[in-house]
Write a protein that binds this ligand. Structure first.
Ligand code: CTP
Ligand code: MG
Length: 164
């Protein structure tokens, strides 16, 4: 039991900057208001947005800054930055896929929404740090539930329009 708890704590510690990088844009973009700008510059492919209005430069920079700050506090500055960069790029890549198959901004794509960002974060951070295999498995198993939990909280706080 103590071992499982230790594993969960180690896994969450490893991935924590990516969680903050993924969750903070929704607040950052609100604070910036009209000073924000869409990441895709409103470009469309065959009439469909490249990424859509849910991916903004303000959100991207907020995520990098907040996630990197967490990594800095963990005494893992480079890993924190790479986890954050990977999380934001993975999140944007998810939107790219969703737009290509015709899903509008905010529509759900189960597992891509909850895990895409974390897979990219792990890929990016692997240049400087690797989780153990059990930590890796724990991250993949725990993240969807945690992601749904934080999104539901953001919905209740009226930060998001969708509960998922
Ligand atoms: N957000 C942002 N910039 C980013 C990522 C997120 O401004 N790079 C903000 C947007 O306001 C977005 C919210 O955070 O609506 C929630 O993020 P997410 O659920 O990833 O976006 P969706 O609105 O669901 O859009 P998509 O369908 O493209 O995933
Ligand atoms: Mg969403």
């Amino acid at each position: 039991m103590a071992n499982i708890l230790q594993l969960i704590i180690d896994a969450l510690w490893f991935i924590l900057p990516a969680y903050f990088a993924n969750a903070s844009p929704v607040i950052g973009t609100k604070l910036l208001g009209k000073y924000n700008y869409p990441m895709d510059f409103n470009i469309k492919i065959r009439g469909k947005p490249l990424l859509g209005p849910g991916k903004t430069w303000g959100g991207f920079l907020t995520g990098i800054l907040v996630g990197s700050a967490i990594g800095f506090l963990q005494a893992r500055p480079l890993a924190g930055f790479l986890l954050s960069l990977g999380a934001l790029i993975g999140d944007a890549f998810g939107s790219f896929i969703k737009r290509r198959i015709g899903l509008e901004r905010g529509k759900s794509f189960p597992l891509l929404d909850q895990l895409g960002f974390v897979v990219f974060a792990l890929l990016f951070v692997s240049f400087v740090e690797l989780p153990t295999l059990p930590e890796f498995a724990a991250i993949l198993i725990l993240t969807p539930a945690i992601h749904l939990g934080t999104n539901a909280a953001a919905y209740l706080l009226k930060l998001k329009k969708e509960w998922y």
